[in-house]
Write a protein that binds this ligand. Structure first.
Ligand code: NDP
Length: 292
């Protein structure tokens, strides 16, 4: 069997098309475009490339964006002050404020993220937004988790009553996704198992999954023998590996082997990544609408 491909790139473009209409309506009503301000600390090539992708997508949709670049030596205090200043309007209207992760190790990332006002927290990382999500009344849902759920919904993959196994329990992906899939209602009602580095018999848990999500950051962690025939496998991981002809991006799933077992599979690149960006823009529009 060869699995059906979950094409995140195509879905993201479709979402962008409807966001473009929404942004145009907003601009017509309020005589300004929705606006996203991004803080980029340091010079990590991967972060710069993610931010560029976000800016390009914002432009396609009709959302203004500004990137504030800060040296890697910035202190926690200076970043907290900067985020507060942005919220106060120092860099123009800021419907959404995003601090690109990871921050340098010497920075207290929690303190910086907590400085983003919850009503502009388009990444959905503020404790208020995490709390609302956990209570089943989400406002800003972390973008990657929202993207995975959207991918399942769009493909018509039933979640209700099915067993979803998520590998990875980070605050930005695994944990919010577990909450989303376990929540009551459309795209939820799943029975969720959340695995991590201390889980025993990981392969055994994975083999019981109707929906298997890998969000770890380890190339080929999920092998074909860990997948139930007919499962939907969503690969969140982004890993750069070096090969003879150069380097390339791979996910956490052994794609070539797993596609022969699964019914659905998302590729890397071109799977969850583009949806994460689309969901960020959806959150930015929501923030702009809530503020106006
Ligand atoms: P984190 O490093 O914050 O979390 C990784 C999780 O994986 C942790 O819960 C960790 O367990 C768990 N883990 C590590 N090793 C194992 C193992 N051998 N077996 C089982 N679980 C393990 O990563 P993120 O959640 O931020 O990101 C995960 C991956 O997703 C990365 O590759 C990242 O680049 C990618 N990513 C992709 C996005 C996209 O848009 N496609 C967006 C965000 C991230 P423990 O908690 O015990 O340490």
């Amino acid at each position: 069997m060869t699995a059906r491909l979950l094409d995140g790139r195509a879905l993201a473009r479709a979402i962008e098309n409807s966001l473009r209409d929404e942004a145009a309506t907003f601009t017509g009503m309020f005589h300004r475009r929705p606006r996203l301000v991004v803080v980029l600390v340091g010079d990590l090539a991967a972060s710069a490339s993610y931010v560029k992708g976000k800016q390009q997508a914002a432009e396609r949709v009709g959302v203004d964006s500004e990137v504030i670049r800060v040296a890697a030596a910035a202190t926690t205090d200076s970043l907290v002050t900067l985020v507060r200043a942005i919220a106060a309007g120092s860099h123009g209207p800021a419907d959404g404020i995003l601090v690109q992760l990871p921050l340098p190790e010497h920075v207290d990332a929690v303190a910086v993220l907590d400085a983003v006002p919850p009503e502009r927290d388009v990444d959905g990382f503020h404790p208020e937004n995490a709390g609302l999500l956990s209570q089943g009344r989400p406002r800003f849902i972390p973008c990657t988790a929202a993207g995975v759920q959207r991918m399942l919904l769009d493909a018509g993959i039933e979640t209700a009553g099915r067993h979803a196994v998520i590998v990875g329990r980070s605050d930005i992906v695994g944990k919010p996704l577990a909450l989303l899939l376990a929540a009551k209602g459309r795209g939820g009602d799943a029975t969720v198992t959340l695995c991590h580095s201390r889980s025993e018999d990981l392969a055994d848990h994975c083999r019981r999954a109707d929906i298997l999500v890998a969000a770890v950051g380890r190339p080929r962690l999920v092998t074909a023998d860990m997948v139930k025939p007919g499962a939907a496998v969503i690969d969140v991981g982004i890993n750069r590996i070096d090969e003879a002809g150069g380097s390339r991006l791979v996910g956490d799933v052994d794609f070539d082997a797993v596609k022969e077992v699964a019914e659905w599979i998302s590729p890397v690149p071109g799977g969850v990544g583009p949806l994460t960006v689309a969901m960020l823009l959806a959150n930015t529009l929501l923030a702009a609408e809530l503020r106006s």
